[in-house]
Design a protein around this ligand. Sequence first.
Ligand SMILES: Cc1cc2nc3c(=O)[nH]c(=O)nc-3n(C[C@H](O)[C@H](O)[C@H](O)COP(=O)(O)OP(=O)(O)OC[C@H]3O[C@@H](n4cnc5c(N)ncnc54)[C@H](O)[C@@H]3O)c2cc1C
Length: 352
Amino acid sequence: MTDIAVVGAGVAGLGVAYALRETDAEVTVFERREEVGGRAATHRRDDCVYDVGANYCKDDDERVADLLSGDLADGLVDTAGPVWTFDADGEISAGRGDDDRKWSYRDGLATLGERLRDASDATVRTGVEVTALTREGDDEWRVEFEVADPDSPMAGDERADAVVLTPPAPTTAYLLDRADWGAGDDALREDLVEAAADVPYRTLLSVALHYPDRADLPYYALVNTDKSHDLGWVSREECKPGHVPDGESLLVVQPSPEWSRHRYDDADDEIAVQAADAAAELLDDPDRYEFDWADVVRWRDALPDRGADAQILDRGAEADLFFAGDWVAGEGRIHAALRSGLETGERIAERY
Ligand SMILES: Cc1cc2nc3c(=O)[nH]c(=O)nc-3n(C[C@H](O)[C@H](O)[C@H](O)COP(=O)(O)OP(=O)(O)OC[C@H]3O[C@@H](n4cnc5c(N)ncnc54)[C@H](O)[C@@H]3O)c2cc1C
């Protein structure tokens, strides 16, 4: 029996678990948050369901599209309406040639992680943060973790024949940097740390704003194409079937990376008011200044701007270390992260 430890239950980590579901491998996925899905995240409030990380998954990857229409299809919904654009001056233009299907689930995109978890036969441990990795002998890892239970916090460890790291690259670099490599090749560890640490990330705030009334608009979302506006994205969750009760509206406002970085540590209510003001101005709709509740979500490592050096990452296999995620695929997209997880899982299945 081969024990595989996967760090992170985003779609990449769960993609690894899914790919290994019909093998002899005993897979344990460690996730520091209470929920699975990572940046494919959904919140709920009153009768609303809204996606606060990724907005939707496209079927740009054939393999992922097949999975979505197969094992993961239950509850999948297509977002109604196109994405339009706006420029630095807030000038809105129809269309960007992108009216493809934009998948979420009736219960939100986090369902994707739940479906992958349920379809795999892995043990998924949530609320468990991996804190250290230690190489033992030539062919074993010890994975140390902490359980984030406020009533009875505890620490533990598990052995594994191979470890898959799927957190965003800065966290992966941190874990590798602290790893005790034992008698292993320290130059390899340094190369891997450098490859992961080299990936630049954008920081994003995601601000959900709820309104008791709904405006009838011809688009689902607006995206800023010249990257010179305070806002990068404004979308309407009511365009996703099942997300917002009839007659109500829920805007998801994602300010630009610069705005998000600048205001990252501001209080939630200040961020929400500023985001609502900017959205009302962009939509030219005085009713959008006054929301009745808001939810601010901070993503420090939101989107990788490019991928890590794949050749260096591949060499991790010499030390039974594997990687998956959007930063491994080189594209900050759900389908790319999931594909990366499936491929890494298959590589492991071939090797062990
Ligand atoms: C605001 C925003 C908007 C986006 N919009 C879109 C979009 O519209 N369409 C699209 O396709 N993509 C979008 N993306 C990108 C998409 O969400 C990501 O590319 C994808 O979800 C990455 O999946 P992943 O599994 O690689 O990483 P993650 O989802 O980040 O998963 C990594 C997991 O590892 C866990 N973890 C980290 N450290 C540890 C540790 N030490 N121990 C245990 N667990 C740990 C984390 O909690 C997390 O759950 C967006 C992202 C953001 C933030």
